[in-house]
Design a protein around this ligand. Structure first.
Ligand code: A2P
Length: 425
């Protein structure tokens, strides 16, 4: 598909992202198969000359901010620089403005409604892990509520707990923060996320936009039966290049005190959801705070198991961190029964030990993962560092292929059936 399918009589149906609703979660940029989406500190934007209208980014977007289109004369398409400066979307051009620019107003551009890009044919493309990430939930997932409180209409939660869930005194520090919504309904499912709006303004004097965090507690509350939820937040003290920086939102959240009020938006996400049918297996692969949804799913399965009324399948966890001391929830993980969850920890910076990543451990457990890859009841969840995603999906691919399975067929099935979920940042 090329850009011409978006153009009708000199009018471009330009793909735009609504800056007022976008929570800057990077999902669209990570999903776009042609690299049409980019961002600066202010906005996520779409390059008009690169976007081919394939729609792959539309359903993964947790807020719907991605699904905006404006008819503009081709020669007057909004530039990336213009979009970076926006605080809201421009209005539609009047028909006379379009005609004056040499085009007929487009009533409909049907070619836009294309299916997301299909997984690659063997040997035709470089490996792109994102194409195997599902945009639909597992068939047995519960129905999620989304956008009950959009960025224009946040609600207020009260902090009822905040503690360091890594060992004190280490370079990186991760907090377990519990928010209570009182009598305000705020239903969430494991795998969904919420946004927190830090108070104050950015360097340009504009209010901060919401930062997205995965929910770390199960559907019936961090404390069962309470209208509360937990988050797993790492204090950001260095940027991607290792230079010192004070992350605005993460430091705000990590410093919250019991009783503080927080502005919350959400819930978001409708595909990274757990299966609910008996004997369904869950393979969880994460690094650092990517453990939040895994904790939520594990805890829900643990509560179901304790109820004695649900027969769960296998739970397999691959969890990576620099050291044992910096792995969130290391202590609580140790107390989970061995016949309930199979835990594999990869430490990359333990003095005197070789560097180990989650994908290394997955390859060591190839026989068990192969059995799960062959089973339609298996669901795979990947959450954490962007850099890990490719290595993890490649490990799954290699495990399948070494056993003579076609990864192109299997990866495509996992994607279509909502059984391989990728959430990396
Ligand atoms: P590393 O020691 O190489 O940074 P963090 O604490 O920064 O959130 O990282 C979580 C873990 O993920 C660390 O052990 C980190 O190792 C590891 N990691 C970094 N890059 C990758 C990658 N490409 N694949 C798998 N794990 C990775």
């Amino acid at each position: 598909m090329d850009t011409h399918t978006l153009i009708d009589n000199g009018i471009l149906k330009q793909h735009l992202i609504d800056p007022e609703i976008c929570i800057r979660c990077n999902t669209c940029e990570a999903t776009c198969p042609v690299n049409a989406i980019t961002h600066d500190d202010n906005n996520y934007v779409v390059r008009a000359d690169v976007c081919n209208g394939c729609m792959a980014c539309i359903s993964p977007c947790p807020t719907g901010s991605i699904d905006n289109w404006r008819a503009v004369p081709v020669a007057r398409a909004y530039t990336v620089e213009e979009q970076f400066s926006w605080e809201e979307l421009p209005g539609e051009l009047a028909p006379y403005e379009l005609v004056a620019a040499g085009g007929e107003p487009a009533t409909e551009v049907t070619a836009l409604q294309q299916a997301p890009e299909a997984p690659a044919e063997p040997g035709t493309q470089v490996f792109r892990s994102a194409q195997y990430g599902a945009t639909v939930p597992p068939w047995s997932a519960a129905h999620p509520y989304t956008n009950l409180f959009p960025p224009k209409n946040p609600t207020t939660a009260t902090v009822v707990g905040n503690f360091n869930c890594t060992e004190a005194g280490f370079e990186s520090e991760t907090h377990h923060v519990v928010l209570d919504f009182g009598s305000m309904p705020f239903p969430v499912l494991e795998g969904q996320s919420i946004g927190i709006i830090p108070p104050g303004a950015d360097a340009l004097g504009k209010p901060h936009h919401a930062r997205q965090y995965s929910v770390a507690s199960p559907r019936n509350g961090e404390r069962p039966g309470y209208n509360n939820l937990a988050l797993t937040v790492k204090r950001v003290t260095v940027d991607h290049d290792g230079n010192p920086v004070r992350g605005v939102a993460s430091n705000y959240v990590c410093d919250l005190k019991v009783g503080d009020k927080v502005q919350v938006v959400g819930p978001f996400g409708s595909s990274f959801l757990m299966p609910n049918h008996p004997r369904s297996h869950i393979v969880m692969i994460c690094t650092g705070t990517g453990s939040a949804p895994m904790r939520a799913m594990t805890e829900w399965r643990r509560r179901l198991r304790n109820s004695g009324k649900f027969e769960g399948g296998k739970l397999l966890l691959f969890f990576g961190a620099r050291t044992q001391q910096e792995l969130p929830y290391f202590g609580p993980l140790q107390s989970l029964p061995k016949d309930f969850i199979d835990i594999n920890l990869a430490f990359s910076r333990t003095p005197g030990q070789p560097k180990r990543y989650v994908q290394d451990l997955m390859r060591e457990r190839a026989a068990d993962l192969l059995a799960l890859l062959r089973d339609d009841n298996s669901h795979f969840y990947v959450c954490g560092l962007k850099g890990m995603e490719e290595g993890v999906v490649m490990a799954l691919r290699d495990i399948a292929q070494e056993a003579g399975l076609s990864w192109d067929a299997l990866g495509g099935t996992l994607q279509r059936e909502g059984r391989l979920h990728l959430e990396t940042y």
